[in-house]
Design a binder for this molecule. Sequence first.
Ligand code: PHE
Length: 361
Amino acid sequence: MQDIDALQSEILAAIEAADSLDALENLRVAELGKKGRISGLMKGLGGMSPEERKTAGPALNGLKNTIGDAIQTAKDTLENAALDARLAAETIDISLPVPPEQRGTLHPISQVLDEITEIFADMGFTVAEGPDIEEDFYNFTALNIPPEHPARQMHDTFYFNEDENGDRKVLRTHTSPVQVRTMEKNKPPLRIIAPGRTYRSDSDQTHTPMFHQVEGLVIDEKTHMGHLKGCLDTFCRAFFEVDNVKMRFRPSYFPFTEPSAEMDIGCTRQDGELRIGEGDDWLEILGCGMVNPRVLEHAGIDSTKYQGFAFGIGIDRLAMLKYGIPDLRAFFESDLRWLRNYGFRTLDIPTLGQGLSGGTV
Ligand code: PHE
């Protein structure tokens, strides 16, 4: 017993004196490792008489635990001290000015999204959101696109594997599912926009597998097609920052709106430059229509009492048009030179009062 006490004091002193993690690890191996001193003593238990073992066994176990704990505590202390030192050494002075070559910019999509939100907020719209990974029901069925409907093929959908119930989720192919989610959760009158990412299996100069849309939805008792036209006209003039934009509505078809239309804006293309709002060329920028009563009913809204319009605008398209960006794919390449050229100053929030696009770098 005397020996064990002496040994314990000796090792504890050595632990106290150890000033690095390596030194502690060496001590651990020397005492508690397979060939360590304490392990050696424990092996000796086998050769003892039962009487001797009765006292030596618990004593050695106690020694082993005490030393193990002491080494662990010492390791923790050293590790914490090392972390504190690192945290102190790596502090960043965020008040230091950032050199121009390291300054970040706002992506044109973020900028255009802020601009769009600002314009619609001014018209009394609030922002709604829905998930990117969407249920088949919201992306299709509730929008009057039942299984086997040909419109499903047009969407080039990314499907997930079937879950245990045989249902397949999808990456939403448009922002229209947010219409249904909003109508399920809120009572009319409703006036929302829903910006976000959308996905289709398509890739070329004017299509990327991920792109952005902003959905609009207005539901009350009286809203009609004239309001839709006025709303989109106000939006286009505010967005392109021109007094007049030539617009035309072409009859179209979407299962979730009736009647449906696509809207083009007038433009001229001269010497490779695109001018918005005038000229004899047309450019399609959105799909829209009066919400189909079947969609209202799917979302639990009385279609004999309520009506309204919806629209879906391609945000990337708008950004390319407004800021003269020729290739859609560059949006998603994270090329710093491109971002510096087309990016916006981060602290200039677009406001209608100060001009939307005032923050160009
Ligand atoms: N969801 C349609 C699309 O992605 C656009 C749209 C939205 C059309 C709302 C009408 C009403 O093509």
